[in-house]
Design a protein. Structure first.
Length: 313
């Protein structure tokens, strides 16, 4: 397949490199020193599953430099989604389809404001990976899963072709992939967990082990996720009433030192995806007249850090 990866960070860089090694024609859209390193040396993945490298000169600086592609995988930070979606229209008009592996439930809403609905497939990924230094991605653990599907609950030729590409990339214990017949529900299920993990680890400034151990922070974690379940149900998504309890039990299986990308961004003074995580829960709940006090509190606590290190008078 001809695949473009828009955003060559931990998610896009990892999956894009695995797809490239499997023989697909992969082009990364990157910037800055990361772009320079990929152009010079390729993109290296360091993983417990082995080391992999995408070829040199496999990156461009902008979407406008892409040639014809079958699939665009969007993996930029959420605040860049509007800009990226607008730039993707020419590629979509030439026949490309788009899958976002970004966080949250707002991502595809944004994409479909700029692109035909049928061009946007739903997607979610499960991985812990980050840029260690320009040109190098570190993969934590062995989890590396992609789930995607058409919102029309069909299996289009593009979805089947991408599944085959992922299966080829997992020949040596690599990417686990599947097509979902209810991708919207799956994206919301991930959102429930993601909001709980990101909100608690970032607001408390501790990994999940500390959060789940203390009785009061454990209740906070569960309540944050329960509020997301309520908002999802009000949005028409079929989420089980006890799904927050299910995710709390899942949190007990995670490595004690696991944290979240938002916690990592806070620690490094970077901009936060807060408006699309706990802040996004508040926004959706407000539209429907639902009270989400736990997520509101997290959004308020972290608000000064939303754009990075808070300004001081």
């Amino acid at each position: 397949m001809r695949i473009a990866i828009v955003g060559a960070g931990g998610v896009g860089g990892y999956f894009g490199t695995r797809l490239a090694v499997a023989g697909n024609d992969v082009t990364f859209v990157a910037r800055g020193r990361h772009l320079e390193a990929i152009r010079r040396d390729g993109l290296e993945i360091r993983s417990p599953l082995g080391a992999f490298r995408a070829p040199a000169n496999s990156a461009v600086a902008s979407i406008s430099e892409l040639g014809p592609v079958d699939l665009v995988i969007v993996a930029v930070k959420l605040w860049d989604t509007d800009d990226v979606a607008a730039q993707l229209r020419p590629a979509v008009d030439r026949g490309a389809r788009v899958i976002s592996l970004q966080n949250g439930v707002h991502k595809d809403m944004i994409l479909r404001r700029h692109l035909p609905h049928e061009a946007v497939l739903g997607g979610a990924c499960y991985i812990s990976a980050f840029i260690q230094e320009p040109g190098i991605i570190t993969h934590n653990g062995t989890l590396q899963k992609v789930v995607f599907g058409d919102y029309q609950q069909e299996q289009t030729p593009l979805a089947r072709a991408f599944l085959a590409a992922c299966h080829a990339a997992c020949h040596a214990a690599g990417i686990e992939a599947e097509i979902s017949s209810d991708i919207e529900r799956l994206i919301w299920e991930k959102f429930v967990f993601l909001v709980g993990l990101s909100a608690t680890t970032t607001a408390i400034r501790q990994p999940i082990g500390a959060v789940r151990t203390h009785p009061r922070s454990r209740v906070l974690l569960r309540d944050l996720m329960a509020e997301v379940v309520a908002v999802g149900q009000a949005s028409g998504v079929q989420l089980d009433e006890k799904f927050a309890d299910d995710r709390l039990a899942f949190c007990d299986t995670l490595p004690a030192d696991m944290t979240s990308s938002m916690h990592n961004d806070l620690e490094h003074g970077n901009r936060l995806e807060l408006p699309w995580l706990s802040g996004g829960v508040v926004e959706l709940a407000t539209r429907m007249g639902i009270s989400v006090p736990r997520n509101q509190a997290v959004a308020d606590i972290l608000a000064p850090y939303e754009l990075g290190v808070p300004a001081m008078d």
